[in-house]
Design a protein around this ligand. Structure first.
Ligand code: MG
Length: 218
């Protein structure tokens, strides 16, 4: 049975809940997708079955010919929170890691053209690989530097300082609409440089220069 717990660097774990994912949170990525930054955050959801621990291989789904990497800061929630203020939002955080919002871009393009939801493009099993989680006692308050290498070639890099909405603002917003529960997480959006993955590729994601995730595609 697939392990579905956040694995913290201090050895603790929390069962994975709902994954709330933010779209177009970096202006440069919105521009590369030919889309405007929006006033309210774009939010979509991945179920716990989308979670993939960093010790697994990435299985590219047969229904897509164009799966893209999107490296993102992942914020794991440690306590239930409902409609919190921005000023108290950080109190709900258990830790941060780096994850991949794997996206079937060909399927998403069709969905966008028809005005359909993104679930088939974004939320399939294994579409959310995530690194070990660094607890708040060790991860600081940011900004954090994100990096993504494919076969040791740097494809994406960015700073969470460039996010349109901060971690604290996102927690406040998402908790007000959905509430947040212990074990939920927020994928905070991707910087520019997204691109395709192929079978045999080795994907490595870094947080502040440390390699926290290295996975092979098949
Ligand atoms: Mg994304």
């Amino acid at each position: 049975m697939t392990e579905r717990s956040w694995l913290f660097t201090d050895g603790s774990s929390i069962p994975v809940g709902t994954m709330y994912c933010i779209g177009r949170n970096y202006a440069a990525h919105a521009i590369e997708m030919g889309a405007p930054v929006v006033d309210d955050p774009i939010v979509f959801i991945k179920p716990p079955s989308a979670y993939l621990p960093h010790t697994s291989d990435i299985v590219l789904p047969a229904f897509s010919q164009d799966v893209h990497h999107e490296v993102e800061l992942v914020v794991v929630i440690g306590s239930d929170v409902d409609a919190c203020d921005v000023s108290s939002a950080w109190n709900a955080v258990a830790g941060v890691g780096v994850g991949l919002d794997l996206t079937a871009r060909d399927i998403q393009s069709v969905a966008k053209s028809k005005g359909h939801p993104w679930s088939l493009a974004k939320s399939w099993k294994g579409s959310a690989p995530v690194s070990p989680i660094i607890p708040t006692s060790d991860c600081g308050r940011g900004p954090w530097q994100l990096g993504l290498h494919v076969n040791d070639e740097l494809r994406q890099h960015g700073s969470t300082a460039d996010m349109e909405r901060s971690v604290d603002q996102l927690i406040s917003f998402v908790s007000g609409i959905f509430s947040l529960r212990r074990g939920d997480c927020i994928f905070t959006g991707t910087p520019q440089g997204v691109g395709p993955l192929h079978s045999g590729d080795v994907v490595r994601a870094t947080l502040d220069g440390s390699s926290l995730l290295a996975m092979t595609c098949r």
